[in-house]
Design a protein around this ligand. Structure first.
Ligand SMILES: Cc1cc2nc3c(=O)[nH]c(=O)nc-3n(C[C@H](O)[C@H](O)[C@H](O)COP(=O)(O)OP(=O)(O)OC[C@H]3O[C@@H](n4cnc5c(N)ncnc54)[C@H](O)[C@@H]3O)c2cc1C
Length: 478
């Protein structure tokens, strides 16, 4: 990729410039915390984000009222040292006035996801207004090393010189299974990417729907279809047929200790989790309390595991981890449960063995997990809900691929995202950290372990901001 040599559209001030690529919760969080940490010494902070508002990202930019946060509001603060800020913000702004369903009987709040985006946006707004943070509504198209910094080209034709770059682009689009995608490519009701607004509108009320995946995206899709008046049968398949679990009936404190004597293998960790669940039951607590502790101690316990054991966990335990860790909002769970009860929703452990199209009817041959006999089903619509394809992240955007070719980014050995150091600096092909290229959010999971939702996302954003503030301070001290 050639860079033009014309002057930068972003005129550099005397201050260093930190460019953040992606203005979801991770990118906006780094900008917010960096400003707070650096105070008067704050650098120029520029966030590249094509969406109109910072802080929403993929998860909280949805206008669909069926989409709810899947972590109680009391745990979804942008401030790691003030976990209830979001809950207080909701109350102060009467943000649930048109949504009485958001509150559970036990008092926990599960508002619509957009409300969380409103909250993060409200924290950023004054900083944007004052000019302390700049939102550039553009997509980064290329990033090149230039002397001791970086030059960034965006899709609006801008060139920006930055001293430090943070990659916070997190979730790439899902990837539909190749053969199925090829067969259904021209079908009017093949929905390959549900993150596109209005993508489910093609599904008609009586359509027979196949949902590929059984995680939170599948739950979102089934709840959205129900809300849109869909009455036809739905079959949801995944290899193991595991469904995302719900929340505990009442809030519990995390239980167990996974850091004092950390497990050094996948098997030992699994044993520890099972023992802790039994001990928790003895104290009247459910497995939720143990999984919550695994999440909160996730970084330390991940660190204690050799890479080969991390890979073993990803290969063998991840599906079980995902359904216990990614819990569905109770309101969404109720929709799914009643659909199952009414016989409208079938959850199967199966994979697609073959597919064909006759007119607009889709014939799918299913291979059940524990049966030799295949079964053939007919559908009117197929929706892919396998979630973001993080393992292919370097192929999802040309500039990421280019940084890989230049040896500045590589895939993490677990395949969960980008290789990075314990300071969240990208690790290049030579195995050495690139000190001025950092990764914030889920793409750093390979190094930091559990790092997909709140509160870990905001803890990591603060951590990355602190690394940047330290680097800038060290550079200023000469
Ligand atoms: C559908 C969904 C629902 C979820 N619900 C919850 C929940 O309820 N609770 C919870 O704790 N966690 C939830 N999560 C987990 C989620 O990972 C985090 O909560 C958080 O949203 C991650 O934010 P992020 O900024 O890291 O990533 P993203 O939200 O993916 O934001 C990345 C941003 O980067 C931008 N971008 C991409 N490429 C470029 C480019 N080239 N140039 C400029 N900008 C670019 C994108 O436009 C996007 O806005 C959910 C995740 C998903 C996918």
């Amino acid at each position: 990729m050639q860079f033009q040599t014309e002057p930068s559209t972003e005129q550099k001030s005397q201050r260093p410039l930190v460019a953040i690529v992606g203005g979801g919760v991770s990118g906006a969080g780094v900008a917010y915390h960096l400003l707070k940490l650096a105070g008067n010494e704050a650098p120029d902070i520029l966030v590249f984000e094509p969406r109109p508002m910072l802080g929403r990202g993929l998860a909280y930019d949805t206008a669909d009222p069926a989409h709810r946060i899947n972590v109680p509001a009391a745990k979804m603060s942008l401030q790691p040292d003030d976990p209830e800020e979001f809950q207080r913000w909701i109350e102060a702004n009467d943000a649930l006035r048109d949504d009485p369903e958001a509150q559970r009987e036990n008092g926990q709040l599960f508002p619509r996801r957009r409300v969380f985006g409103d909250y993060v946006g409200s924290l950023l707004q004054p900083l944007l207004k004052s000019g302390a943070i700049t939102h550039r509504r553009a997509k980064v198209a290329a990033i090149r090393r230039a002397r001791d910094g970086w030059v960034i080209r965006d899709d609006k034709g801008g060139l920006t010189q930055a001293d430090i770059v943070v990659v916070a682009t997190s979730h790439p689009p899902p990837v539909a299974p190749g053969r199925l995608a090829a067969i259904l490519a021209n079908h009017p009701r093949f929905v390959a990417d549900t993150t596109k607004p209005g993508s489910l509108e093609v599904v008609r009320p009586q359509d027979r729907v196949l949902v590929i995946g059984n995680g939170l995206t599948a739950a979102d899709v089934i709840a959205s279809l129900a809300r849109n008046g869909h009455e036809g049968p739905v079959v949801a398949i995944s290899r193991r047929g595991l469904r995302s679990r719900g929340h505990a009936a009442s809030p519990q404190e995390p239980f167990g200790d996974f850091v004092t004597d950390p497990a050094s293998s996948a098997v030992a960790l699994l044993r520890k989790v099972r023992t802790s669940i039994r001990q928790a039951a003895g104290q009247g607590l459910s497995w939720h309390a143990v999984i919550d502790q695994v999440r909160s101690q996730g970084h330390d316990l991940w660190r204690a595991l050799p890479v080969a054991e991390r890979r073993r966990i990803v290969r063998h335990l991840r599906p079980y981890w995902d359904v216990h860790r990614f819990r569905i909002a109770p309101q969404v769970e109720a929709v799914l449960d009643s659909a199952i009860e009414a016989g409208r929703l079938e959850v199967l452990a199966a994979s697609v063995a073959d597919a064909g199209v006759e007119g607009e009817t889709i014939r799918i041959t299913l291979q059940p997990r524990h049966a030799r006999e295949r079964s053939e089903r007919t559908f009117d619509a197929v929706v892919v809900t396998t979630g973001p394809a993080h393992g292919g992240i370097l192929q999802t955007q040309p500039w990421l691929g280019e940084l890989e070719r230049e040896g500045r980014l590589v895939l993490d050995p677990t395949g969960l995202g980008l290789a990075c150091s314990e300071r969240s600096e990208a690790v290049g092909a030579d195995g050495r950290p690139v000190p001025s290229l950092l990764v914030s959010g889920p793409l750093a999971r390979g190094t930091f372990g559990e790092l997909m939702g709140l509160p870990q996302i905001s803890e990591h954003a603060l951590f990355v901001a602190r690394q940047i503030a330290d680097k800038l301070q060290a550079a200023a001290a000469g």
